[in-house]
Write a protein that binds this ligand. Sequence first.
Ligand code: ZN
Length: 447
Amino acid sequence: MRTWIKNPLSILAENAGGGMVVDGGKIVEIIAAGSQPSQPVESTYDASQHVVLPGLINTHHHFFQTLTRAHPAAINKELFPWLQALYPIWARHVKPDTFRLATRLALTELMMSGCTTVSDHHYLYPDGLENAMDIQIEEAARLGIRMTATRGSMSLSQKDGGLPPDSIVQDDDTILADCERVLNTYHDKSEGSMLQVALAPCAPFTVTKRLMTETMELAHRHDCTCHTHLGETIDENDYCIEHYGYRPVDYLEELGWMNDRVWLAHGIHFNDDEVLRLGKAGVGVCHCPTSNMVLASGNCRTKELEAAGCSVGLGVDGSASNDNSNLMEGVRHALMVGRLTYDAASVTHFDAFRWATEGSAKCLGRDDIGKIAVGKQADLSLYRLDDLRFSGAGDPLAALVLCGAHEADRVMVAGEWRVEDTMPVNMDLARLRHEHGEAAKAFLENL
Ligand SMILES: [Zn+2]
């Protein structure tokens, strides 16, 4: 059925003042201002009160952490002490049922903020949570959101010199076997795919060298992307120098990870030479501005990374270091911290939108999403400017970022409306809030 998304108030697309025609889950025609579709349409959606963006794409998160937001044991700490405070709490309390609720909550929050594609870096595998990927995939399908299921891993625990406790890591063989299972079962590389798989050893301080190397071999065999945390803190640089004798980017190079299958979370503490090497290799970087500010991790060198050839995407990061899952808020924070890093003219709302859409799509290895253009998937986020915060705003696109939009009025994924009048069509929000809130109480035990 051909649908004309007609005459938007404003739209982030070239020469599209008249909107676009959507058919079969794709954008089939872009309409210039004052023009009509070239062929008859079966339905029309009046977008004259909406600012239209390509659906936002979140490229780094940890859904389970919604259960430990603003946790008294972890607030006001930097990354390593923050992790060490939370690891034992997660180890004791993350179970399949609570994990499912955490996943459902994070996905719903993301979608309500305008997100149409998600990836979640899930690396926590206590006994009983072996099927974490299957749970996440079921929940994404239920909500109708596009997903890169990111099979994370940790295999280097305290007994081997790593950071996490022994009870939440798996051995290399178990991890690699499950990565292969998840790839064989779910990885769909076709155009318009609703579900792809990425492999994601957690970080240099939580996995073995063997796991990093063999994960990349698996990725080459199955043609999938790879992800890990890198360059988030000075502590991590110190850890790599102490344990491996060199800095994190050298470590990546030795492991065969300097290639365009890879996107990194955070990517902050790189020197000039490392930025150039990452760009030359086509490595992507997921900028996590909110988390970087909360944990005082540092400023991502987004402009230099892009100039060097890296794709820069955007992520909210785990909900215990943000502490929400609102990607539109992340867009605003990317603009603000970018201006503090550079200057007011160097980082605009167009940069922040590009990171959250096209840049994120490239990080996930996709060219069929992230842009409003003929042939792309019909993934759209529509925002109204009715709230008091927008009153008096001149430029509608800039207003989304500068006045602080945080809620999409409508969200379309693959041509289907998944959020209408700010509400997800497949979700009972009151029930979800109650069930998740009750489940999270266990994480506050013994305080
Ligand atoms: Zn993270």
